[in-house]
Design a protein around this ligand. Structure first.
Ligand SMILES: [Zn+2]
Ligand SMILES: [Zn+2]
Length: 215
């Protein structure tokens, strides 16, 4: 089975998630935004074997700890979609704008596209390209665990901001309505910030994407 532990990091309380296959012990960090010592303490506590870093999108609060972890552990970096390369290239400027201490840059070892699959031990994660918050935002979906890691696409009661360069509100709504919500009402999701929810709860109550606004 796929297991998870949410680790809030940085002053943005970004949800870094440790995911692992409990049959093999293979683990991945999704969106290690910073506070790497804290992240590694959780990895040690769970006694899992870190194999890769997965990124949903190129914003600082989600990728800020990546270079440090790669330097320490030589982990491959997978994702996001190549349309977010400009955000990763802007890491120094993002650090300055968002009040982070400067961090080293990096290049993903593998970009992701819609329909890709990422394996974690015996567990498959399906990749869905969900642009709008950023053009290259992807989400990770485990069909067997009925769990999605949606980054800054969807939050409990809200959706991602689209007022950044190359943000697009209509595209974001479209991605949520046509790609995320159809995964099913029972699917639980871990957003990039804040508490977990289910897609069914958002489909009924979320003021931005609920069915009643799209009869
Ligand atoms: Zn973001
Ligand atoms: Zn964020």
């Amino acid at each position: 089975m796929l297991q998870y532990q949410i680790i809030p990091v940085t002053h943005y309380q970004q949800n870094c998630t440790l995911l692992w296959c409990d049959e093999t012990g293979d683990a991945a960090l999704v969106d290690p935004g910073g506070d790497t010592a804290r992240i590694l303490a959780v990895v040690a506590e769970k006694a899992v074997r870190l194999c890769k870093i997965l990124l949903t999108h190129g914003h600082m609060d989600h990728i800020g700890g990546t270079a440090e972890l790669v330097a320490q552990l030589q982990l491959p970096v997978i994702g996001p979609h190549p349309d977010d390369q400009f955000w990763i290239d802007l890491l120094p400027q993002q650090a300055q704008m968002m009040g982070f201490t400067p961090v080293a840059g990096f290049s993903p070892d593998q970009w992701l596209g819609h329909g890709d699959k990422v394996m974690l031990g015996k567990q498959a994660l399906e990749v869905l390209h969900c642009p709008g918050h950023t053009p290259g935002h992807v989400i990770f979906y485990s069909r067997s665990a009925q769990l999605a890691l949606v980054g800054d696409v969807l939050f409990k009661g809200s959706i991602g901001r689209t007022d950044f360069p190359r943000g697009n509100h209509a595209e974001l709504i479209n991605a949520i309505r046509t790609r995320v919500l159809p995964l099913g009402d029972e699917v639980r999701f871990i957003p990039g910030h804040g508490p977990m929810s289910t897609l069914g709860h958002e489909r009924v109550t979320n003021p931005f994407v609920a069915d009643k606004h799209y009869g």
